[in-house]
Design a protein around this ligand. Sequence first.
Ligand SMILES: Cc1ncc(COP(=O)(O)O)c(C=O)c1O
Length: 368
Amino acid sequence: MAISLPSLGCDKNEIDTPILCVDLDVMEANILAMSEQCRRHSLGWRPHIKCHKSPLIARKLLDAGAMGVTCAKLGEAEVMSAAGIGELLVANMIVGPKKLARLVDLRRQTDLLVCVDHPVQAEAFDAVMRAAGLKLRVLVEVDLGMNRVGVAPGDAALRLARAVDQLPGLQLAGVMGYEGHLLMLSDPQEKESRIRETLGWLVETKELLLRSGLPCPVVSCGGTGSFAQAVRQPGITELQAGGGIFMDAFYREGCHVDQGNFALTVLATVVSRPTAERAVIDAGRKTMNVDVHPALVAGRNDILVESLSAEHGSLRLAPSARDLPIGHRLEIVPGYSDLTCVLHDHMYGFRGNRLEVIWPLEARGRLQ
Ligand SMILES: Cc1ncc(COP(=O)(O)O)c(C=O)c1O
């Protein structure tokens, strides 16, 4: 049975809950601020789309000055390309014959960037690209201490860059890294200096490549949790920060990011009042993510999101909130916007309380 979507122009209060809402004015201001800061520091902005997975939002980012977008999966890049979004970076390893065949098809459509951290991936890319008469732009992914993927900065990265450069189906395009292990440092000076030192390894690797006669036009890094520090890093060429267009409790409280305002909320309804101190809403773990960071109730610091089960959210009420009636609606700022959006088919964009747009999150579930 097809669910009927609400009509554009209707009031927020007319729409059933739970839904994923975006305040368009706030999101647009966040986008403008990020884009403007990159521009002021002469950096490209290639925002990660993993936090929304919508080509329509990607289009808004490009219109606001982004040079392209970063994708977490080949499937996301396919959705973006099909919608006419160009300058794609797949910031993840692409391995296996089925994906390589899809990568060739995608490369026929668009001159995307991919990354490698081992000659085996590079050789596989080279073989399929040469067979198809194509050339693929490749970044060497450097491990900046996150211990996820990536080769060590310096000589190891240089060796891999040389290997890539020698493969005729590939074009060495530069280096990338992600300083994700430093986002939550609470001391601002320590955070600043650790990020500067860490991104410095990426920049030194670029300089080593250049001194060795290799090209390195792209130096890509940066996330929302490190945006303020990364944007001031000399020697990098572009930032991948994406989730800051929504902002959330994790970025604000976990990563101590003071820029940007909360644009993304889950609109929920109080469905039960089991005790004077507790209310239950119709939004649980299948509606919002709290594993990375607890959620907040927008505009109500007298209501605490205490625990979530699959379909229920349990709220602890301070004395000033104990008159909360069944049927009352609350907006919840998700703990982590990225892992909340993937739970929803649509995002509802409001101008004030008026529904202006419904975005299908088209690349959701494109995990391959
Ligand atoms: C490769 C990469 N770049 C950048 C980011 C930052 O993304 P965001 O700004 O949405 O937090 C991430 C986050 O996981 C990432 O994995």
